[in-house]
Design a binder for this molecule. Sequence first.
Ligand SMILES: [Zn+2]
Length: 197
Amino acid sequence: MSDTPRRKVTQQDAEAAVRTLIEWAGDDPEREGLLDTPGRVARAYKELFSGYDADPREYMARTFDEVGGYDELVVLRDIRVVSFCEHHMLPFLGRAHVGYLPNNRVVGISKLARVVHGFARRLQIQEKLTAEIAEAIQEILQPKGVGVVIESEHSCMTMRGVNTPGSRLTTSRLTGVVRDDPRTRQEFLEFVRDGRS
Ligand SMILES: [Zn+2]
C-alpha cells in the first residue's frame, strides 16, 4: 500500500475500465449484449475482492475457553477456495484444509472457513494465502500448532500459457507441534489425505 492518499475509485471509474478492456479484447462495448456488462463486472469484482473490507483475524475474535479437556486436533477439510492470482488476475480454485491443536481455546468452525474466504478474496499468490491463514490462526488462537494445506487449479496455467489442464498446486504451512511433533504432523496429514478420493 502506498502512503499517498489516492482518490477513491468509483463504480463509474471501474465500469469505464471494463469498457476499455472489452475494446482491448476486440469487441464493441456499445453493442446491445455488452451494454450492462461493465456494471455487472464491477459489482462482481466488489464481491470477489470483498476480502479487502475486513481483517479476517476479527472473525476469530470470539473464542470458547471451555473445551472440556479436548486436546486433539481440530481439522476442517474441503473449504472451498476462490481466489485470484495477483500476476494475471485470473482465478485459482480449489480447497483448503485447516487444522489446529487447541491450547484451551477453540473457535466456531464456520469461522475457520470465513478466515480462508477473507484472505482468499484478494489478489493473492497461493503460497502467501496459505501462510496468512496459518499465521492468523496462530496469532489469535495461540494453539499448540496449526496446519494449512491448499490444493488448487490456477486458470492462468490451465487456460492459457503452458496450458496444463488438471494440474494442481499444493502448498502447506505447518507451525508448532503440527510441524515439529512427528505423530501430530502425521495425524494432520492423514486427515487431509483422507479427504481426497
Ligand atoms: Zn497467474
